[in-house]
Design a protein around this ligand. Structure first.
Ligand code: SF4
Length: 199
């Protein structure tokens, strides 16, 4: 049904602005590597080191003693044609819990793009481990806060719908309907090359 391999990042970008996956996969235009992104990667690595010593996100969670944590877990679903590397997977005797780290401050309301990104990882965990994921977490490193996301059927349906739309857009080079929004364009690393940019 799906022809193109996509990632949870594509899904996150789609919810931020549909032009981004179009620019990436149809026009082959990608975000430049910036100092900020390099810093983000480095922070992720430092966080993992801390995590192994239970000094960051896991201090917020009461887990059964024999729970395991896996870091940088490569996941792939042939069924959905998505793949990605999950920051952390908690395995308790009862469940699998995906965790995504963000080098950012926890917003008052979790944005849709973050929720759908972690849901995509939850579906990858389900397909990879033949399980059902009920909840996931996003850890916002800057203010050391954890956000719980319940993996609902409505979020699952949202992912399927978006995968369908992304495949149509990419396979048929179909321009998405864009309503550019100045604050988003200002923060977007593609604003100098994007034909819809308001900058
Ligand atoms: S510049 Fe604006 S319209 Fe273009 S991809 Fe970025 S957010 Fe979307």
């Amino acid at each position: 049904m799906y022809k193109v391999w996509l990632t949870p990042t594509d899904i996150k970008q789609y919810f931020y602005c549909k032009a981004i996956p179009y620019l990436n996969h149809v026009m082959d235009v990608w975000e430049p590597q910036t100092e900020y992104k390099d810093q983000g990667k480095e922070n992720h690595l430092n966080l993992q080191k801390l995590e192994k010593r239970r000094k960051s996100l896991l201090k917020h969670l009461k887990l059964p003693l024999n729970s395991k944590k896996l870091f940088r877990v490569p996941l792939k679903s042939q069924r959905l044609m998505i793949k990605g590397i999950l920051d952390c997977l908690i395995i308790t005797p009862n469940e699998y819990i995906p965790v995504e780290y963000k080098v950012a401050r926890k917003p008052k309301k979790i944005p849709a793009n973050h929720k759908y990104q972690i849901t995509a990882y939850a579906l990858l965990v389900e397909d990879s481990f033949n399980t059902i994921v009920r909840k996931a977490y996003i850890y916002y490193q800057v203010n050391d806060k954890l956000a719980k996301v319940n993996i609902t059927d409505s979020l699952r349906r949202g992912i399927i719908k978006v995968l369908h739309e992304l495949n149509e857009m990419i396979n048929y080079e179909r321009e998405p309907l864009i309503r550019p929004f100045l604050p988003k364009c200002k923060a977007c690393l593609l604003n100098r090359v994007c034909p819809w940019s308001l900058i």
